[in-house]
Design a protein around this ligand. Structure first.
Ligand code: PLP
Length: 356
């Protein structure tokens, strides 16, 4: 059989990058190469393939011998599957008001997972035992959804990072109340790069029970995994994954991407680079009079407040989003492929627009 003619079409300029999202980036070439290696021949579908088996070993090398990965398509799916595995029908999840599960998942935890979210306002996207206590009560009250899980994001949606001690304190507090701890680790790699410690230091070693492990923002084409760290009381995950439409038939192609990131240091190289670009951006922005940086820049995001008309003009030159349009707050994200030139050109454009 002749191979099909490849009629490669490019519909975009591969040299144009913005600061809208780390999801705007393409896939890392090493991930694409790994996908090509995994291609060809037949492999058992639905996760019984050699790539998924190998991924388990890689996951255990990071998170220890009890860890088990359940690859899924996307981060919302990972969160919804993970949270269902640790809640009863009457259960609730305590999270920050700014949590992705609360503001950016279209209600999927509630509608698809049937989970009540109990939210807490935070200054910087981070929960503390004291903040958790604003919602952690009433376990015996049938009029209230029962708090069964604390979900935190590492790094947070506001670009801040928990220290291992902060996560340990949350886990001790949650466990003392019989609650599990879930980490939305869509940007877990960025947090590890900032903390400069192994992934397990601020996850299982700190008491985290299960996590949503990100791949997409870290250089994958697509794909994340629910990782069970402490299997006690976590049941039926594979059934929940299927029920939640997150079971990939050709799972080898999700697994091989995560393996390509995590088996050696690609995950860390990509995250470090994105974080460094955010630091460079923050440094440049700090020198521009009239622009205020809103949160500590601890991962790959810079949040800033600037005049609305300046943002609108700048958006015509580089893509980025308003975070709170009324307040004039914007979010600038760096990715694994953001270059120093991208950052410098952006800062120069910001200066020009501020001066107009
Ligand atoms: C904190 C956080 N969690 C999860 C996700 C994953 O979302 P998605 O379903 O788009 O992969 C994102 C993506 O923006 C995120 O920022």
């Amino acid at each position: 059989m002749n191979p099909p003619r490849t009629d490669a079409r490019r519909h975009h300029d591969p040299d144009v990058r913005g600061f809208a999202s780390d999801n705007y980036a393409g896939a890392h070439p090493e991930v694409l190469a790994a996908l090509a290696v995994a291609n060809g021949g037949h492999q058992v579908a639905y996760g019984e393939d050699a790539y998924t088996e190998n991924l388990q070993q890689v996951i255990r090398s990071h998170f220890g011998p009890t860890a088990e990965a359940f690859p899924v398509f996307n981060g919302t799916g990972a969160n919804v599957v993970a949270l269902q595995a640790v809640t009863d029908r009457w259960g609730a999840v305590i999270c920050a008001e700014s949590a992705h599960i609360n503001v950016d998942e279209g209600g999927a935890p509630e509608r698809v997972g049937g989970i009540k979210l109990l939210t807490v306002p935070t200054p910087d996207g981070k929960l503390t035992p004291e903040l958790i206590d604003r919602q952690a009560y009433g376990w015996d009250d049938e009029h209230r959804a029962m708090p069964q899980v604390v979900s935190i994001a590492q790094a947070t949606e506001l670009g801040t990072v928990y220290t291992p001690d902060e996560i340990r304190a949350i886990c001790e507090h949650a466990h003392a109340h019989g609650m599990k701890v879930h980490v939305d680790g869509s940007r877990l790699a960025n947090a590890a790069a900032t903390l400069d410690v192994p992934l397990r230091t601020f996850t299982n070693a700190a008491g985290v029970d299960l996590l949503s492990l990100g791949g997409t923002k870290n250089g994958a084409l697509f794909g994340e995994a629910v990782v069970v760290l402490n299997p006690d009381g976590i049941r039926h995950l594979k059934h929940l994954r299927k029920l939640s439409m997150q079971l990939a038939s050709k799972m080898r192609f999700v697994s091989v991407q995560l393996e390509a990131l995590l088996a050696r240091d690609l995950w860390l190289r990509n995250a470090r680079h994105a974080n460094e670009m955010a630091q460079r951006l923050a440094e440049g922005v700090r020198a521009v009079h009239g622009v205020e940086i809103l949160h500590p820049v601890q991962a790959n995001a810079v949040f800033a407040r600037l005049p609305h008309d300046v943002s609108e003009r700048l958006q015509k030159r580089f893509r980025f989003y308003f975070w709170d349009e009324a307040a004039g707050d914007v979010r600038w994200m760096c990715a694994f492929d953001t270059t120093e030139d991208d950052v410098d050109m952006f800062v120069a454009a910001l200066k020009e627009e501020m001066a107009r």
